[in-house]
Design a protein around this ligand. Structure first.
Ligand code: SAH
Ligand code: SF4
Ligand code: F3S
Length: 452
């Protein structure tokens, strides 16, 4: 929950040097940012800072930001405007903008919000201890948005919240340059960690009690290290003792090959789940997006995945209203959705990102058409998800218990290895137990049932 800053009456403004200094981090955007925030936390804690969720008692506040769509940037701009008053009343507060917006919009942030003290791009977090140390002397802004060809935060163990799943970032950056996407500009070139350091981090996570590992990267399956590529990494990780489930996100369809599917199907602890971003079903639009596959190739890939793993869940990302998208192009997207029958999908209206190639196209689509198409894909996906989830009725699925259900403390919530959430009444289990659940019904994207 974000706190409302404008109601602030008496913020603590103590400069007592014996006081424990506190930091607060807010994370926007994708899981890579969540992971990066854990790295940032770990660095701040090594510098003697203690985490707080209370912005009013924080001595340093960092926003880890996202630029992927206009709305994501707006949210952070508004949050920063909120912080202006806090900063006025508490001048020693250190206010920092991290992540993709820092990279993308440093000049405009400094111009419109001169009270921001620190701007660090995603490859510059190692500078935090030095900034913290010199904070009393920090008279001017501190800006570092150099992108690195090498920074992978090797051996920087993140400060993880307790839980079931540990995120491990294995590569950073993107070289694909889809024409709609800002990520290659905010995150820079692809680079991978060593397999060894990833295995070490996984072992460390298991020791801390995590059962599930989710590998992260902007283009996770183009992982490439001297010791091997993505399939080799998965194969070795699956053999690490205590790793009960492995997931990864986000892959690019172009880099899903037989080797990878072979490894996935040969280890029980690699989940039967692939996120396979479609974006569009139209060859013309896919080519303008620079997505490197055709509708036919995508459909064949989905078939191949199900050949290797018949039970595999597939989710996707869809963009509607890309420049030049005609009714018939859009129909192709609906077509692929109906044929592949994705278990779930993330659906977006195209958002023009200055600096990308597509932003320069002359045939942008009107907002009301985008909205209409978005509504249509949402409706179709709802129907497909319901159809798929209804087939689970009376089937028994294995669920890893992850947390209390949102609606009731007397119910658990956990996921199948296909990434579907299941809610059921508690008996005598604990979080992190695997249980067999017989499915009785479905609502939205969730299955309901009872332990057998
Ligand atoms: N590397 C990941 C994507 C990261 S961005 C991949 O290739 O799958 C996550 C999703 O945001 C993308 O898959 C895309 O569907 C969406 N997205 C990216 N740029 C966008 C834009 N300009 N407008 C709307 N959606 C966008
Ligand atoms: Fe963006 Fe495409 Fe790279 Fe994904 S693969 S991060 S959509 S440029
Ligand atoms: Fe956003 Fe950057 Fe992730 S733009 S989606 S936070 S890589």
């Amino acid at each position: 929950m974000l706190q409302n800053i404008e109601n602030l009456e008496n913020p603590s403004n103590s400069n007592d040097s014996n006081r424990v200094l506190k930091y607060h981090v807010e994370t926007y955007g994708c899981q890579m940012n969540v992971y990066d925030s854990e790295i940032v936390s770990s660095m701040l804690e090594k510098s003697g800072y203690v985490k707080t969720e209370d912005i009013f008692s924080a001595d340093a506040i960092f926003l880890n930001t996202c630029s992927v769509r206009e709305k994501a940037e707006e949210t952070v701009h508004n949050r920063l405007i909120n912080f202006k008053g806090l900063k006025r009343r508490k001048p020693h507060l250190l206010l920092g903008v991290l992540g993709c917006m820092a990279q993308n919009l440093k000049d405009s942030i400094l111009e419109s919000k001169p009270y921001v003290d620190v701007i660090l791009g995603p490859d510059s977090y190692r500078r935090l201890p030095e900034i913290i140390k010199s904070r009393e002397r920090l008279e001017d802004h501190f800006v570092d948005t150099k992108l690195s060809k090498f920074e992978v935060y090797e051996n920087m163990f993140p400060s993880r919240k307790e839980g079931v799943n540990a995120w491990i970032s294995i590569m950073r950056g993107c070289d694909k340059f889809c024409t709609f996407c800002i990520v290659p500009f905010t995150r820079g070139r692809e680079r991978s960690r060593s397999i060894q350091s990833i295995l070490d981090e996984a072992r460390n996570a298991v020791e801390q009690g995590f059962l599930e590992i989710t590998l992260l990267g902007q283009n996770v399956n183009s992982f490439n290290s001297p010791e091997g590529k993505f399939p080799e990494l998965l194969d070795q990780l699956a053999r690490v003792e205590g790793v009960k489930r492995i997931r990864y996100t986000s892959p690019h369809p172009q880099d899903i090959n037989d080797d990878l599917l072979q490894v996935m199907s040969s280890h029980d602890n690699i989940c039967n789940y692939i996120h396979l971003p479609l974006q569009s079903g139209s060859d013309r639009i896919l080519s303008r997006m620079n997505r490197t596959y055709t509708k036919k190739e995508f459909l064949e890939l989905a078939e191949k995945i199900r050949f290797y793993m018949p039970d595999c869940s597939i989710s996707t990302d869809i963009i509607v209203g890309f420049p030049g998208e005609s009714d018939s192009d859009f129909q192709d997207t609906l077509d692929v959705m109906s044929i592949v029958k994705f278990n779930s999908s993330y659906k977006f209206k195209y958002s023009s990102r200055p600096g990308t190639k597509a932003a320069e196209f002359s045939d942008h689509i009107e907002e009301d058409i985008k909205q209409k198409r978005l509504d249509e894909v949402i409706e179709l996906q709802k129907k497909i998800t319901l159809d798929i989830n209804s087939t689970y009725s009376n089937r028994v699925v294995k669920v890893l218990i992850e947390k209390n259900s949102k609606k009731s403390d007397s119910q658990w919530s956990g996921r199948t290895d296909g990434n579907t959430w299941v809610v059921f009444d508690k008996q005598n289990e604990s979080i992190k137990d695997f249980v067999d659940v017989k499915i009785s019904g479905t609502k939205g994207v969730t299955l309901f049932g009872e332990i057998v």
